[in-house]
Ligand binder design. Structure first.
Ligand code: BES
Ligand code: ZN
Ligand code: ZN
Length: 509
């Protein structure tokens, strides 16, 4: 999708479709909204007529199409819902509904009328960014394996009109920043959607190397031999049942200042999670190709961080392995020794995410002494039960970091909810025969005992945040209809916009 910003009035452009937003009418509202007068004039009163007969209601997801008298152009009105509940997320969703609704409708170009979306409390800058997100992400589909496709909008122009033409320079800058971010999200989805036969740990390493080359980032890949030398017994154990050996991948973005802060971003990269010897049931197992979403999000975050030149230095770590029950697989009862010397009693081979992350966290903390560590992982089914599949679980014992992430969440519309971590959870992951165990005797509070396990590898004195993205990392045919229009079926790249936004807010001491 190409996005352009133009001063010219949308209605005088030659696009296939002109798009305006319309608020939901309240019961007692009888007068025709003044905001639609220009559109109505272009259509010789057709919009007013639709309003009068209550065909046009302005409800969310409502799309009403009008054809110009010459038959060559269309005006699409998208419902924005109640005026008093208007925010940037409404714009993101509405613009996604528009591009989805125009799919297969011979609309190659669309002109979006900014004045109809930049309405209090959504300023022009926020509206432009939300329109970019909604159209780019809403238009995304995973088409690699499709032989036939229906035409999608290819070019969307945001028209400032007389109302906003004076802000042209600022709004163009906002758009180009947001386009870079949305492009990183689309790129992340393309990789996260790849099936496990293709997206092996080595393939993810290749993607990281290619990205590094593109953006001038240092990339280091530790293969199984090197991991053995480093005594990374966790990631090696998880990968031992697969013919595709594990990789620990490190990317470094140097940061905007010479002596700034260092933030490490660590991702779970299980290219396929069969459960291993503790095999999962067959139903929905195909979804476990998305168990690499945290690591792939790290790739996307590094791409966005380097493109947008965020202030802090960022270290990205991807812990990649395939969890299969091959002849060499690790088993329940095994005890593995990880990078920092701590031992894990393996109780359940399906709790493998925390095992690969133990080495990744131990390594990045020892090697880089980061000021902050943020991990992203499709870690537990318990997260999905607790928060559903739109909201990620945040576990963080540092209020400043937690509040920074919550603020980024509010700004990007990627929902997260903070959950507690106490000695109760820490107690549950203690082992009789090793330092910790990877699964507990009581199957309660699963998202939080998993976090307690990770904390023991990040170190209690490290400023660390854990994002359990098991639910929001992907959507399926059945969950898709409850998700915003800009989340396609498949990988969502959840966390890329959120964490990048957070990194943009990290200031130097
Ligand atoms: N990859 C799964 C978690 C998951 C579940 C991700 C659903 C996405 C959707 C993880 O490795 C896992 O299997 N966790 C177990 C842990 C348990 C054995 C302690 C779980 O949540 O059941
Ligand atoms: Zn698992
Ligand atoms: Zn897993």
């Amino acid at each position: 999708m190409r996005i352009v910003v133009e001063r010219r009035e949308a209605l005088s452009a030659a696009a296939d479709v002109v798009v305006s937003g319309v608020f939901e009418r309240s019961e007692k509202e009888t007068t025709f909204p003044r905001a639609l007068e220009k559109e109505d004039a272009a259509l010789k009163g057709a919009i007013r007529a639709a309003w009068d007969r209550k065909e046009l209601k302005g409800k969310r997801k409502e799309l009403t199409t009008f054809h110009t008298p010459d038959g060559h152009h269309r005006i699409v009105l998208v419902g924005l819902g109640p005026r008093e509940r208007y925010d940037a997320e409404v714009v993101r969703r509405a613009s996604a509904e528009v591009v989805k609704g125009l799919k297969g409708k011979a609309a190659r170009t669309a002109s979006l009328r900014l004045p109809s979306f930049a309405v209090d409390p959504v300023g022009s800058d926020a509206a432009v960014r939300a329109l970019v997100d909604g159209t780019v992400l809403g238009a995304y589909e995973f088409l690699k394996y499709k032989s036939t496709t229906e035409g999608m909008v290819e070019e969307a122009t945001i028209h400032l009109g007389d109302e906003f033409s004076r802000e042209e320079a600022g709004l163009k800058k906002a758009a180009s920043e947001e386009i870079a971010l949305a492009d990183a999200v689309v790129w992340t989805r393309e990789i996260a959607n790849l099936p496990a036969d293709t997206a092996t740990p080595e393939r993810l390493a290749e993607e990281a190397r290619a990205l590094g080359k593109d953006l001038g980032l240092k990339v280091t890949v530790f293969d199984e031999k090197k991991l053995a030398e480093m005594k990374c017994g966790g990631i090696l154990a998880v990968g031992s049942g697969s013919a595709h050996p594990p990789r620990l991948i490190v990317l470094e973005y140097p940061g905007g200042a010479r002596r700034g802060r260092t933030v490490a971003v660590v991702g779970k990269g299980i290219t396929f999670d069969s459960g291993g010897i503790s095999l999962k049931p067959a139903l929905h197992m195909q979804e476990m190709k998305f168990d690499k979403s945290g690591a792939v999000a790290v790739l996307g975050i590094l791409r966005a961080a380097a493109t947008l030149k965020v202030p802090p230095r960022v270290i990205g770590v991807m812990a990649c392995a395939e969890n299969l029950p091959g002849g060499g697989a690790y088993r329940p009862g095994d005890v593995v020794r990880t990078f920092n010397g701590k031992t894990i009693e393996v109780v359940n081979t399906d709790a493998e995410g925390r095992v690969v992350l133990s080495d990744a966290l131990g390594y990045v903390v020892a090697q880089y002494r980061p000021d902050e560590v943020i991990d992203l992982a499709t870690l537990t089914g318990a997260q999905v039960i607790a928060l559903g599949d739109d909201t990620a679980g945040l576990v963080c014992t540092d209020d400043k970091l937690a509040n920074g992430l919550l603020a980024a969440s509010a700004a990007t519309g990627e929902p997260i909810w903070r959950m507690p971590l106490t000695d109760y959870h820490r107690e549950l992951v203690k082992s009789e025969i090793a330092d910790v165990r990877n699964s507990t005797e009581l199957t309660i509070g699963g998202m939080l005992t998993a976090a307690a396990f990770l904390e023991s590898f990040a170190g209690a004195s490290t400023t660390w945040a854990h994002l359990d993205i098991a639910g929001p990392a992907y959507t399926t045919v059945s969950t898709r209809k409850y998700q915003p229009g800009y989340q396609n079926i498949g990988a969502t790249a959840f966390g890329v916009r959120l964490v990048t936004r957070y990194l943009q807010s990290v200031v130097h001491p």
